[in-house]
Design a protein around this ligand. Structure first.
Ligand SMILES: *Cc1c(COP(=O)(O)O)cnc(C)c1O
Length: 801
């Protein structure tokens, strides 16, 4: 939009006056943020209204992206960028003596997700708006986000994330769009005079679902889409009938907290209630929106696509069946045909223990009508497929089995598309986790490699780099990230490579200042910034990284004179509160950091900075400063990864196993520009099949590795007698489930190579440049365009390849 600086300043000062009845000098940073937020809402208002008017007039097919997590990050800066107002506002505030960046960090970062899954949903919403797709997010408005992490004595302590305490300037509560979600009670089918059956409910536990809408601004295209998050409340009828405090509490808890565990299903009824709550409310609002504009349900699949981000929203399938049959009087056959045409599903894991299931008894009690429908889906699936595939395969794949409702199987059976998130992952789905269902529905399986919103992760997070890129190739890459590949022309431009180093140094200084203020550690900006940021999980193998730090520490102690480039090892990671082993590793890293950072013999050659409370905003600070991107999961375990893409786009080279999208990153940037190592997925599966992995063999045959492992239990690292023993035992007594010891040697080899190569800054920056130039293929815009073409069948803005 068009806005002069003068107009902006006038608007801003007026907003301050209106909101606070005082002048600028009397307002806090947060108050200034809030005023800016209100202004941006006002500037964007016409776009938001116009977008939904347009969609309605054109009767556009709508995409509904259901996800139990969204991690959008702060919105002020990205909304301003997308509206084309960032420079105007920054300059205008400067004139008023204010620092925009300082004000923008006063915005709370909503932690409505655990990690990659929620962040992917947010990146895709951003891309849908930017591609002019009629995209809608559907999720839960958690009263408390993911816990705030602090360290006490090196241990993780979880504090509540009260992100709504000061309100949320971006949301609109839409009471007129609220709807009822039913739990429990009895349900029976009553025959009607016309011969049909009507679902009758009694003694249900009714919950009122109230939507809060947030505008999602497209990149300079006047499009604003909607993210709809649902909040659970007492139904208005409770005012008349009365209610007990117990009932109110039971309702409140549904949207009170996000489950802080992103690996295993929580296994609790509350989680199931959360899942049905937002699935039901979302599908009800879709059907109502569709019904206002269309006669009958025939065109539903032409006008609606519902996407299931992992299995948590799978109940949208039986819920849509319920609405079509019970409220719109469709036959089973018609309802089922429509449902499967509408639904598509993304799988995010091949870890068996992370596949969601619910005990039938619990499911039936909480969702009696939905259970009846799942029983019928199960019965028809068995009836149709047993003659073709035999009883064994059908027993293994039916939605109901072993006393459980199997959500992933229900999702595949009820959708027309199931996709993995990187080529290796999709292949493993077909060969391993969902092998049997792949026999039944081969045509449904496809791959959609993950992507990232380059606007947030490059343009906003790394303005120095973005300006430098502009100066070389102009700004078209900002809309078409694939244009970044034209940067390869500058591979031998010595001046440009030096400028890249300078940009990196600037970003390192900014991160260094934060590390200093948070942790009291001084880091050198000429050090290698070696970064591992992701959830703490055994399969992600932060432990392998720890062993390299111990090795470097011992090497310096042994041979103080050896010259190697200084290093800063940077970690960001939250552990699920119930994940004991992960928390032990946090303690280990912090204890090691204490030892290394305070050893005078080490000085500034080696530092370890475990930055607490990793999230989107911290990622935006850390990623631009990284030289090395640690992507070292056990091959086959990381479905895709997306921090690998963010780091690549900011010129970090990957130190990576051949896992998930690392494989595609290595292919895109060229093998010589990354550091790959370790067992392949095939080798890992080989060990499983033969059962001949013996971790202790590596310990016995490699004296250096033995020495490193022994520091866990010999007192070298103070303060970890319990944790050290536990971790040591997990590797040697319990045979190292994630093959850390098998990959140790090749990992260390590449770390040494990195230390060697980093000293040749020209060579190093050439690798960095190759990564930036190749990163465009991982733009979420391209990924979402592929979803649109192949799965959702909706039009979008054209993109260059
Ligand atoms: C991108 C992102 C992730 C995903 O990181 P992976 O290394 O791919 O697991 C997790 N958390 C946040 C806050 C992110 O921005």
């Amino acid at each position: 939009m068009k806005l002069t600086q003068a107009q902006f300043k006038q608007d801003f000062l007026a907003e301050i006056k209106t909101l606070y009845a005082t002048d600028l000098s009397d307002t806090s940073k947060f108050g200034q943020f809030l005023a800016l937020g209100h202004l941006v809402r006002r500037y964007d208002g016409p776009n938001w209204t116009h977008t939904s008017d347009q969609y309605r007039e054109q009767d556009r097919k709508q995409v509904y992206y259901f996800s139990i997590e969204f991690l959008p990050g702060r919105l002020l800066k990205s909304n301003l960028l997308n509206l084309g107002l960032l420079d105007t506002v920054r300059q205008g505030l400067k004139d008023l003596g204010l620092d925009f960046d300082e004000i923008s960090t006063a915005e709370p970062d909503p932690g409505l997700g655990n990690g990659g899954l929620g962040r992917l949903a947010a990146c895709y919403m951003d891309s849908m708006a930017s591609l002019g797709i009629a995209g809608n997010g559907n999720g839960i408005r958690y009263r408390y986000g993911l816990f705030k992490q602090v360290f006490m004595d090196g241990y993780q302590v979880e504090l509540p994330d009260d992100w709504l305490r000061n309100g949320n300037v971006w949301e609109i509560r839409r009471e007129n769009k609220a709807c009822l979600v039913r739990f429990g009670g009895n349900v029976w089918m009553a025959p009607q005079p016309d011969g049909s059956l009507k679902a009758m409910y009694e003694n249900t536990d009714d919950v009122w679902a109230v939507p809060y809408d947030t505008g999602l601004v497209g990149y300079r295209n006047d499009v604003t889409n909607t993210l709809r998050l649902w909040s659970a409340e007492l139904p208005p009828s409770a005012d008349k009938t009365g209610f007990s405090q117990a009932r109110r509490d039971r309702i409140d808890e549904i949207t009170q907290v996000l489950y802080p565990d992103d690996s295993n299903s929580a296994g609790q009824a509350l989680r199931l209630r959360q899942e049905y709550f937002f699935s039901s409310a979302g599908v009800q609002s879709i059907v109502r929106h569709y019904g206002l504009r269309h006669q009958g349900v025939k065109a539903l699949a032409k006008k609606v696509a519902i996407h299931i981000n992992d299995t948590h929203p799978t109940l949208v399938i039986p819920e849509l069946m319920r609405l079509l049959m019970d409220e719109h009087h469709c036959s089973w056959e018609v309802a089922w045909a429509l449902t499967t045409q509408v639904m598509s599903y993304t799988n995010h894991t091949i870890m068996q223990e992370a596949l969601e299931t619910w005990p039938i008894d619990m499911f039936k009690g909480l969702l009696p009508r939905i259970y009846q429908i799942v029983v019928e889906i199960d019965r028809r699936y068995r009836e149709a497929q047993t003659p073709i595939f035999g009883e064994d395969l059908v027993n293994r794949t039916a939605p109901l089995g072993n006393g459980q409702v199997r959500m992933a199987f229900l999702a595949v059976i009820g959708s027309h598309s199931v996709n993995g998130v990187a080529p290796l992952h999709t292949q493993l789905l077909k060969e391993d986790v969902l092998r049997d269902l792949y026999q039944v529905y081969p045509e449904r399986f496809n791959n959609k490699t993950n992507g990232i919103a380059t606007r947030r992760w490059q343009q906003l997070a790394n303005e120095p780099l973005s300006s430098l890129i502009d100066s070389k190739i102009g700004p078209t890459w900002r809309r078409q990230p694939n244009q970044l590949k034209t940067l390869t022309a500058y591979q031998s431009d010595a001046k440009f490579l030096k400028q890249l180093t300078a940009v990196k140094t600037t970003n390192k200084a900014a991160l260094g200042a934060y590390i200093k203020s948070e942790l009291g550690i001084t880091v050198r900006t000429d050090a290698i910034f070696d970064v591992q940021i992701k959830r703490l999980h055994a399969y992600k193998r932060q432990l392998l990284h720890v062993f390299e730090i111990i090795r470097e520490y011992l090497a310096i102690k042994d041979e103080p004179k050896t010259v190697t480039p200084p290093r800063v090892h940077i970690f960001g990671a939250k552990a699920a509160p119930s994940y004991h082993y992960a928390k032990s590793i946090i303690k280990l890293i912090n204890a090691l950091a204490d030892l290394v950072n305070h050893d005078p013999a080490i000085g500034d050659r080696l530092k370890v900075a475990f930055i607490p409370n990793y999230g989107v905003s911290l990622g935006e600070l850390i990623i631009p400063a990284a030289d090395v991107s640690e992507q070292i999961s056990t091959a086959s375990k990381e479905a895709s990864g997306t921090s690998n893409m963010k780091l690549m786009a900011n010129g970090a080279v990957s130190l990576a196993t051949l896992d998930g999208a690392n494989i595609d990153i290595i292919e895109a940037a060229g093998e010589v520009n990354e550091y790959s190592f370790g067992l392949t997925a095939k080798a890992v599966y080989g060990y499983y099949e033969r059962g001949d992995y013996h971790a202790a063999d590596f310990y016995k045959s490699n004296p250096e590795l033995k020495r490193v492992l022994d520091t866990l239990i010999d007192g070298t690292i103070p303060g970890i007698s319990t944790e050290g023993q536990e971790i040591y035992d997990s590797l040697l007594r319990y045979n190292d489930e994630f093959f850390v010891l098998a990959d140790y040697e090749s990992y260390v080899q590449q770390q040494k190579q990195i230390s060697h190569d980093f000293q040749n800054q020209k060579l190093w920056q050439q690798k960095a440049l190759a990564n930036i130039a190749a990163s465009g293929v991982f733009s979420a815009d391209l990924a979402v365009a592929r979803y649109s073409d192949d799965i959702w069948q909706v039009p979008h803005t054209k993109l260059l390849n």
